[in-house]
Design a protein around this ligand. Structure first.
Ligand code: C2E
Ligand code: CA
Ligand code: CA
Length: 741
């Protein structure tokens, strides 16, 4: 633009130089004429200043008025240095203000002077240029010293920073901050010989960015609107989700609390309705499973009968009803006898078979479901509604009778003996726990008395507690020699002589008197105290054996040992030691073992037995016939003797003709090469029958009751001398003791 204006000035100057009037005025040298002429021309061409000089550069006239000496000499220097008289185009400071100036000679035709036409680089030009260019334009003049002159399209307020803009990097855009606005600035010096002139172009950033600002605002507005819309939509959506979710959560909470009846309403969205139906399916599954788990927890897996916990619930309800309708109720606690023996002899499968059969028979006998329960391994409970104390015993007998009927287990015919404990509501108790505990005591009473059915008798619990207290003293009793051995003779049926005896323990309680072994042996076996008891019994029996030997009495002594003794790894060693210490003859010691005890841990028992047999100790199978062991097993045991159980002998006494069992047992024993002993012989008829059958030995009250050692020795001696007075061959069982000398 400045270049263009330069051209314009030049052509204007050229036109003026041809102007005759002007030439004349210059030539006249008359300043007022000259001044009016140049003023006219200046206005015509729109220049800001018009200067006329003579050929030597002296000022003739100026539209700027009188010029300073500095300006004048500056102009003079310009003119005089222009040797070729061609027009000069340049930027120049006149009186400190910037101008674009054309200096040209006035030719007529020789030079008669110089004229200078100038356009000011002022606010007007800057504003004009700014309008055309679309950026703010400023001319910054740095004169001598630090005086700064500014012409600018900018308002006065914004010019302050321009001085520093002129100092900025050349032709490289940079930012200037002015007030609250920022300007993108571009500065370039304009060549001028008498001072620094800088062109500064600026663009207000706020203006430049205004369109974008608008855009930004609309984007923000649109964004905000979209966000609001999304929120509303989201809330609506959330409501449609949360309501079914709430229903689900509530249902889950009720489910957690154990309420399985909740049904989740179908939800609107597919996912949620699938979730809801999955939830419902889960609820049913969980409910089903809980029913199953509950059933499994409360019922026996084998028999499917309720167990104690469930039975207590049932009993609770039944008792409430019985109380309401004023009716009695009877509970029968049934225990299978020798259940452990069945397992030991025939295996666990047989045990399961027995339990299942018992459950079947008991359930079949009960009209209502859930009146039969399995209480423990070998115990069942039957609840009889409206059965009074008067009828209870008969009913219990009937149950035992039903269970006694033989049943077949894989070829073996089993006959189950049971004992039943009976307790009746309201006489014996009003609470399930009370009734059950009393039925237990009644069962205990049955076992003790050997009866099938035991009925609870008031005071039983008191005496039971008492007995338990006494049992607690057993250990001390062993230590403080309250125990005593009684000896019961064994007589040889052929010779009639007393050949041996069985050692039977008694507890001589300081307050209670003599306590029979059945009252504490089972307890000692349960608590493991039997080891100490057996040790004590063996020790005194072996010592007795030795003192008899010293007295010249030759007798076998039988000692009862428990199943736990036989699997005790120390048992054989301590017995060996005992024999060595006492110097007793092992060949006179017989250990009595029940067959089921031997079967319980056959492997270990056999080892112990073999070890002791080497010493000369013999073994006898006690209570033979009551167990369930097979002949095959029996053959494997290294025994020398069997003792036919009392119950068979008593049956023989009741019906001496019905001799099949006893006789065949004797034959069986002999076939296996064993001595056969009959125990519990009370009457001579039985004695005779046994003699006929070829039984080897008898033991029983008929011969003598068990008695203390001293008494036994006395008895045996008396009997020996009595017998020697009699004729030999007498067969009344009163044989003689072999007393040499
Ligand atoms: P058991 O080994 O079968 O002992 C025979 C039991 O029958 C003894 O009872 C004896 O007094 C009794 N008895 C003997 N003859 C007759 C008779 O003619 N009629 C009747 N009705 N009974 C007769 P006891 O002494 O009360 O012993 C009971 C059970 O206690 C014994 O049965 C035995 O299993 C156990 N026992 C006794 N002493 C000991 C012992 O020192 N150690 C161990 N482990 N058990 C023992
Ligand atoms: Ca015995
Ligand atoms: Ca026995």
């Amino acid at each position: 633009m400045l270049q263009f204006r330069g051209n314009q000035l030049t052509s204007a100057a050229e036109v003026l130089m041809a102007d005759f009037g002007l030439k004349e005025a210059v030539a006249s040298g008359d300043t007022p004429t000259l001044l009016s002429a140049i003023n006219n021309h200046r206005t015509r061409i729109g220049a800001d200043a018009f200067i006329v000089m003579d050929t030597n550069g002296h000022l003739l006239a100026s539209t700027l008025g009188t010029l300073s000496a500095g300006t004048r000499s500056d102009l003079q220097e310009l003119v005089t240095s222009d040797s070729d008289a061609e027009p000069l185009r340049l930027y120049r400071l006149i009186e400190g203000r910037p101008y674009q100036i054309v200096l040209a000679p006035v030719l007529a035709p020789d030079p008669i002077g110089w004229m200078g036409i100038a356009f000011a680089l002022d606010d007007r030009l800057a504003t004009y240029m700014a309008r055309v260019l679309g950026v703010d334009v400023s001319f910054v003049t740095t004169g001598a010293g630090t005086t700064v002159n500014v012409a600018s399209s900018l308002g006065a307020a914004r010019r302050s920073a321009l001085a520093s803009a002129a100092q900025g990097p050349v032709a490289t855009p940079f930012f200037i901050k002015t007030g609250d606005d920022k300007f993108l600035t571009w500065a370039n010096p304009i060549r001028s010989n008498n001072g620094r002139l800088t062109l500064v172009l600026q663009r207000s950033m706020s203006q430049a960015l205004r369109p974008y600002e608008l855009l930004r605002q609309s984007i923000l507005a649109i964004g905000a609107a979209a966000l609001a819309a999304a929120c509303v939509l989201g809330a609506l959506l959330a409501r449609s989700v949360t309501r079914p979710m709430d229903a689900l959560t509530q249902a889950a909470e009720r489910l957690e609390a154990g309420d399985y009846s909740v049904n989740v309403p179908p939800a609107s969205t597919t996912e949620l309705s699938r979730l809801a139906s999955a939830f419902n399916a889960m609820r049913t599954a969980v409910a089903d499973r809980e029913v199953t788990i509950r059933h499994q927890a409360l019922h026996d897996g084998l028999t499917q009968l309720p167990m104690l916990a469930r039975m207590s619930e049932i009993l609770q309800e039944l008792l409430l009803r019985a109380n309401r309708i004023d009716q009695p109720l009877t509970v029968c606690l049934i225990e299978i006898q020798q259940f452990q023996d069945i397992i030991a002899s025939l295996g666990h499968a047989a045990g399961d078979g027995v339990l299942w059969e018992v459950a079947q028979r008991l359930s079949a006998g009960s009209a209502t479901a859930e009146r039969v329960a399995r209480m423990a391994t070998d115990q069942f409970l039957v609840v009889l509604e409206s059965v009074s104390a008067a009828q209870a015993r008969a009913q219990a007998e009937r149950i035992a009778e039903r269970l006694r009927a033989a049943f077949d287990y894989s070829g073996v015919s089993l006959q189950l003996e049971t004992r039943v404990g009976v307790a009746v509501f309201p006489d014996d108790g009003a609470l399930p726990s009370e009734l059950l505990q009393r039925a237990e005591l009644a069962l205990y009473r049955a076992k003790e008395s050997g009866a099938t059915v035991g009925v609870f008798v008031h005071g039983d619990d008191e005496s039971h507690r008492h007995r338990l207290a006494i049992l607690g003293q057993l250990r001390g009793a062993i230590a403080s020699d309250q125990l005593q051995l009684y000896y019961q003779p064994k007589v040889d049926l052929r010779s009639g002589r007393v050949v041996g005896c069985e050692a039977l323990v008694r507890w001589n309680h300081p307050d209670k008197g003599i306590i029979p072994p059945n009252d504490f042996i089972p307890h000692a076996e349960r608590t493991g105290m039997i080891r100490f008891l057996t040790a004590w019994v063996l020790s005194s029996a072996v010592r007795q054996l030795r003192s008899w030997k010293e007295a010249g009495i030759e007798l076998d002594v039988s000692v009862n040992v428990s199943p736990t003794d036989l699997v005790d790894p120390d048992f054989a060693d301590s017995l060996t030691l005992l024999l060595a210490q006492t110097g007793a003859d092992a060949a006179h010691l017989i250990l009595e073992v029940t067959e089921s005890a031997a079967m319980k841990d056959l492997h270990n028992t056999l080892r112990v037995m073999e070890q002791l047999r080497v010493l000369g100790i013999r073994f006898s199978i006690d209570d033979f016939g009551t167990g369930y062991s097979s002949l095959a097993h029996l053959k494997r045991l290294p025994v020398d003797e069997i003792k036919i159980d009392r119950s068979f002998i008593q049956e023989l006494e009741a019906r001496p003709d019905d001799d099949v069992v006893v006789r065949s047992t004797i034959n069986l024993g002999h076939a296996l090469g064993l001595k056969v002993v009959a125990e519990g012989v009370e009457i001579p008829a039985c004695f005779d029958a046994l003699t006929r059958f070829g039984c080897d030995l008898v033991q029983g009250y008929l011969v003598a009751k068990p008695m203390p050692a001293t008494e036994f020795t006395r008895w045996a001696n008396a009997r020996g001398s009595e017998s020697s007075d009699r004729e030999p061959g007498r067969r009344d069982g009163r044989g003689s003791i072999h007393a040499p000398g």
